[in-house]
Design a protein around this ligand. Structure first.
Ligand SMILES: Cc1cc2nc3c(=O)[nH]c(=O)nc-3n(C[C@H](O)[C@H](O)[C@H](O)COP(=O)(O)OP(=O)(O)OC[C@H]3O[C@@H](n4cnc5c(N)ncnc54)[C@H](O)[C@@H]3O)c2cc1C
Length: 182
């Protein structure tokens, strides 16, 4: 199974990690839980009438961990494209190799800028699955345009990118359905 690196631990990155880890993909998420979600009081996340952003994050992080994703309490300081995918350098000097990279770094876009990715007026240029101009590199969440920043949109974009990676790896369209038991 390919290893997927996710930079950013807000709703976009965690949602991608959830879908990938749930299907058995090896996933590492980098981030120090500094998301703006800690300032939010959510009334617009469908299916959850009301929740503090901090509680949402706590539940989401636990959910992602429960499927086997690794959450690394580290910032990422550099990214390099390699012949096998991507090499990510974390702030402790560690180097982490992955076949795919999902950038979910929020509005700052520092890593996306360091890769010189084509831009739109508001963010990084991607297709409808979150693919960028660099093979294997996705951008999800706020980095795609802060004008429309909502938690549920970031989470949806993370899920879309994850399903695209899963489909590419499987060589067929993958969906993630669980059914009620009889
Ligand atoms: C006051 C306030 C209230 C809000 N209220 C609502 C609301 O009611 N409803 C709603 O839907 N939205 C609300 N939002 C917006 C919501 O917080 C965002 O839409 C959401 O956080 C975007 O998620 P994201 O995953 O795209 O990015 P973010 O949540 O910004 O996550 C990005 C994460 O990546 C991390 N990161 C960045 N660079 C690196 C790096 N180099 N290495 C490692 N980690 C990195 C950041 O620290 C952060 O944790 C509110 C925002 C604010 C400020």
């Amino acid at each position: 199974m390919a290893h997927v690196l996710v930079v950013g631990d807000g709703p976009g990155g965690l949602s991608a990690a959830l879908f990938l880890a749930k299907k058995g993909m090896q996933v590492t998420v980098f981030g120090k839980d500094k998301t703006d979600m800690h300032r939010a009081m959510l009334h617009n996340y469908l299916g959850i009438p009301e929740i503090r952003g901090s509680e949402f994050q706590q539940i989401a992080r636990q959910q992602v961990r429960s499927f086997g994703a690794s959450l690394q309490d580290l910032g990422v300081t550099g990214i390099e494209k390699t012949s096998e995918g991507f090499m990510v350098t974390s702030e402790d000097g560690g180097q982490h190799q992955g076949a795919y990279l999902i950038l979910a770094e929020g509005k700052r876009l520092e890593l996306a800028k360091s890769l010189d990715l084509p831009r739109t007026a508001n963010g990084v240029e991607v297709d409808d699955k979150g693919r960028t101009a660099v093979e294997g590199l996705y951008v999800v969440g706020r980095g795609r345009g802060i004008a429309r920043s909502q938690a549920i949109i970031s989470a949806g974009q993370g899920a879309t990118a994850a399903l695209d990676i899963l489909s590419r790896e499987a060589g067929r369209d993958v969906k993630d359905y669980d059914s009620v038991s009889d």
